[in-house]
Design a protein. Structure first.
Length: 507
């Protein structure tokens, strides 16, 4: 701005006229307010970015064609990238799980064509290569003419909720399987001293979290007792998951118990939760635990010791809080002696041993059980029985019941179906050993001795091993469980063959 010289006699207006006449024009603008506004806007933008970085969501900003513009600090830390690395990632959907990309692309295409917001659930890859579930919400920002100038996407972590939903779904599947199974009987029926002693031990152990090992012959109600323990425990409101270890193919036992990741083996098309995860917080019942392979025994021992495991094909350690109840009809002490069952696992399972008595040791309960089963199956068949034949009842009480209560249940069910009168009777030919027999083994003494010699010779040749390619069961061409039953019924000490073979080798 040109200032008037000292001593100049003209007025300010005269000076303006003079300057205008000479072609000069001067203008003065006060920019203080503008600069303050700019500073305020910059401060507001910095605070907004800071708020965005502190938001507990993965927030990203895209241009109208989904070009990457900005992403908050939480998201960069999750992805393990810098801002420039994120912007320069060329592939669309690079951080989305491969199984979710087609669905995400479909949503994206529809959104671009309609310009409407959307939300979907998908998995995003973390910097360490793992994936978590997120709920992604995408919203457009438009200018005054209605054109989209920005896309804001906020992703909320829902991994815990999705895992809980998956676990609940798997639990429902497991529960439906359990409901569909025919239970041996609905309630524990009987008052024999041998049964009452076992139930007294059930009441004592139920309130604790101790591992229980239930032993007893087939059909004595071991699973029923396991359920009774669970119902009387503080875990009663959580899942009871039953696994029959003998019914699962050996190469699938680990997957059944501990689950598997997608692609862990042929046919593993998606991740599957194992029975231990399904039973988390509740009880898992391992029936026929003596049939587990050596590799699975090691994995089970780790779960009992560390309360953690890994899915098949996975590396993540999964912590579980599960009460273990195991059951077997095998002699695990003998199995430990012949090397088919780990000694350390046996002691981990045998914290609280509980033996179920066979039906022949509680014959006084047979009339009560007969009445119970007749009422149950007669109602289902729409029949009425006024009395039970005395001959039938005497026959049932004298029979040794090698199949225990399960065999009695099946006999009653079959008899109800074919009975045509109001008097309940049983065909005596169905009782394989015949009435009045005193021994469970229906062989003559000479035949039993011959059979014992054959089994002992096979054990001697196999050095006391029962199963495996060179085991006695393979040599005899019979199932392992059948041979184990024969060994028990013939009172053969299989461990002595192993010891003798070792001593012979040493000498």
């Amino acid at each position: 701005m040109i200032q008037p010289q000292a001593g100049h006699q003209g007025t300010e207006s005269n000076m303006a006229e003079s300057l205008e006449a000479q072609g000069f024009i001067g203008t003065g603008v006060d920019v203080t307010e503008y600069e303050e506004l700019t500073k305020a806007l910059r401060k507001s933008e910095a605070e907004l970015r800071q708020m965005l970085d502190f938001t507990p969501q993965l927030v990203s900003v895209y241009g109208p064609s989904r070009e990457r513009l900005h992403i908050n600090r939480i998201a960069l830390d999750y992805l393990g990238l810098s801002l420039e690395e994120w912007r320069q990632t060329p592939e669309r959907g690079a951080f989305v799980h491969p199984d979710d990309r087609a669905r995400e692309q479909d949503y994206f295409d529809r959104t671009l064509s309609t310009g409407s917001p959307y939300e979907l659930e998908l998995r995003l890859r973390k910097g360490d290569g793992s994936y978590r579930w997120f709920l992604a919400r995408s919203n457009p920002v438009r200018d005054d003419q209605g054109q989209i100038i920005r896309w804001y996407v906020a992703c909320t972590d829902i991994d815990d909720r999705k895992n809980a939903e998956e676990r609940l779904q798997q639990e429902n599947v497991a529960l439906r399987e359990e409901v569909d199974k025919a239970s041996m009987f609905e309630e524990i029926v009987g008052a024999a001293p041998a049964l009452m002693a076992a139930l007294s031990r059930v009441c004592k152990v139920a309130g604790s979290d101790s591992t229980v090992l239930i032993t007893g012959e087939t059909g004595t109600g071991k699973e029923l007792v396991a359920r009774a323990i669970h119902r009387r425990s503080r875990r009663a409101s959580r899942a009871f998951v039953a696994v029959n270890c003998a019914a699962i193919p050996r190469d699938l036992v680990a997957s059944e118990l501990f689950g598997h990741e997608k692609g862990a083996f042929t046919g593993a098309v998606h991740r599957r939760l194992g029975r231990f995860e399904l039973a988390n917080g509740g009880t898992i019942f391992l029936d026929e635990v003596g049939e587990l392979s050596s590799d699975t025994q090691v994995a089970l021992l780790r779960v009992l010791q560390e309360r953690e495991f890994e899915r098949v094909g996975g590396r993540e350690r999964i912590q579980v809080d599960v009460r273990v109840i195991a059951a077997t009809n095998r002699d695990l002490t003998a199995a430990v002696a012949d090397g088919t069952f780990r000694e350390d696992l046996f002691y981990r399972l045998n914290v609280f041993p509980l033996e179920m008595p066979p039906l022949r040791q509680r014959r006084e309960d047979i009339p009560m059980l007969v009445e119970y089963f007749i009422g149950r199956y007669a109602r289902r068949a729409g029949k009425t029985f006024r009395r039970v034949s005395k001959r039938t009842l005497d026959c049932l009480q004298s029979y040794p019941w090698p199949g225990n209560v399960r065999e009695l249940q099946n006999i009653i069910d079959r008899s109800v179906i074919i009975s045509d009168t109001d008097e309940f009777t049983v065909d005596e030919s169905w009782l394989s050993a015949g009435p009045g027999i005193k021994s469970r083994v229906g062989l003559s003494s000479s035949l039993a001795a011959h059979e014992k010699a054959i089994v002992e010779d096979a054990l001697r040749s196999s050095r006391g091993r029962v199963f495996g390619p060179s085991g006695a069961a393979a040599r005899l061409g019979i199932p392992r469980s059948t041979l184990e039953s024969k060994i028990r019924s013939l009172k053969i000490n299989k461990s002595r063959f192993r010891i003798r073979t070792q001593n012979a080798f040493l000498t």
